[in-house]
Design a protein around this ligand. Structure first.
Ligand code: FAD
Length: 335
């Protein structure tokens, strides 16, 4: 595809402020923190792009979390996500304003939206990035697991602007709120009609909220080494004593011992609790991708050469069915 001919005109870092029911998706705070780091290095501005209705409070919140500018497209039809309308409006905004970098959360909505925009504005997109950096030529170094997580690929987009990336939720740290932050809100009322959507949303059905393991400070995770579903009851007892929750490897999920919402790893959730206790988990790269940023990792495994010990702060070599009851008893006596 032909190169963007006026690359030097592109400036500023944008983040897509995904909202549902006028609540920001938590990944937006991660994008803002990451965006802030980039604008400092590039000496430019951080802009959040918000599409909604009656969302002045949200626009202000984006500034509290670090945006220098908020472009807020306000219309009743923008409350609920619509592929066609969002793509058209955001693509036009990008073409008019020429941001250098555009980050979008790799949520269901972000994964639908980002490739549409990238194709429309003729630029490159890296999906599901887990880390970002910059080279000396202002190229965004976009790193993501590739080939089933066996290698980390760093991808650049030197000839096209903006440089677009979707970012894996939960991997980056969240921006902190500071109500003293100053910023500008640019409110635009775009003209749109419902017929542009091509899709009519009849109803939005909310699944009963599952417990979100990413919110927990302590995770006691189990893998194939548990050998049976009942093993999670033992982990649950330990987790309860530590005010935590249980987690799982994909092997445990695939064995049908636990629901997928507990899965940690590249195709599960990315977590960063204060304590992560890996029980009967070998430490495959795809599992580690989702928990290596935990503050303290404790591994219990009967194989001393299990890769999990390479990243563990504390390791216990032993049968989890002997070790965990000892830990539980000890914790009870400490109470
Ligand atoms: C594209 C792709 C995506 C993937 N995504 C994920 C993902 O998101 N999350 C994920 O976890 N995996 C993922 N995987 C799978 C991953 O490669 C591993 O297969 C998986 O993590 C292995 O799970 P495990 O550690 O529980 O099992 P195993 O690797 O079988 O390890 C079991 C461990 O338990 C130990 N053990 C056995 N009995 C006991 C006992 N009694 N006491 C103590 N220790 C014991 C063994 O020594 C062993 O180390 C993915 C794979 C691919 C290809």
């Amino acid at each position: 595809m032909p190169r963007t001919d006026n690359i030097a005109e592109y400036n500023g870092v944008w983040v897509f402020a995904e909202q549902r029911n006028n609540l920001l998706n938590p990944v937006v705070l991660e994008l803002l923190r990451e965006g802030k780091k980039l604008v400092k290095k590039l000496d430019t501005e951080l802009t959040a792009v918000l599409l909604s209705h009656h969302a002045d409070r949200l626009a202000r919140e984006l500034i509290d979390y670090g945006a220098d500018k908020v472009i807020y497209l306000e219309n009743e039809l923008l409350c609920t996500y619509s592929t066609n309308i969002y793509t058209k409006l955001i693509s036009n905004l990008v073409l008019e304003n020429k941001p250098e970098i555009f980050l979008i959360g790799a949520t269901h909505i972000g994964r639908d939206l980002a490739p549409r925009i990238a194709a429309r504005i003729n630029t490159g997109l890296t999906a599901d990035c887990t880390s970002l950096d910059l080279d000396e030529n202002r190229n965004l170094l976009q790193t993501r697991p590739a080939f089933g997580g066996n290698i980390m690929a760093t991808i650049i987009c030197p000839d096209h602007r903006p440089q677009m990336a979707t970012i894996r939720p939960g991997v980056m740290e969240k921006a902190e709120k500071d109500t003293n932050n100053k910023g500008e809100i640019i409110k635009i009322n775009p003209e749109i009609s419902a017929t542009e959507s091509l899709v009519e949303v009849l109803d939005v059905i909310r699944k009963k909220a599952e417990f979100d393991i990413t919110e927990s400070d302590v995770i006691v995770a189990g893998g194939r080494g548990l050998r049976k579903a009942e093993g999670f009851k033992l982990l649950q007892s330990l987790a309860e004593l530590l005010n935590g929750t249980i987690g799982a490897s994909r092997a445990a999920v695939e064995a049908g011992w636990i629901d997928q919402s507990y899965q940690v790893g590249q195709t599960g959730k990315a977590v960063r609790p204060k304590i992560y206790i890996a029980c009967g988990i070998s430490g495959a790269i795809q599992h580690i991708a989702g928990m290596q940023d935990s503050k303290c990792i404790i591994a219990i495994n009967k194989d001393p050469s299990a890769p999990i010990f390479k990243i563990a702060d504390y390791g216990i070599v032993g049968d989890l069915y002997e070790v965990i009851p000892c830990l539980i008893n000890k914790l009870k006596t400490l109470r």
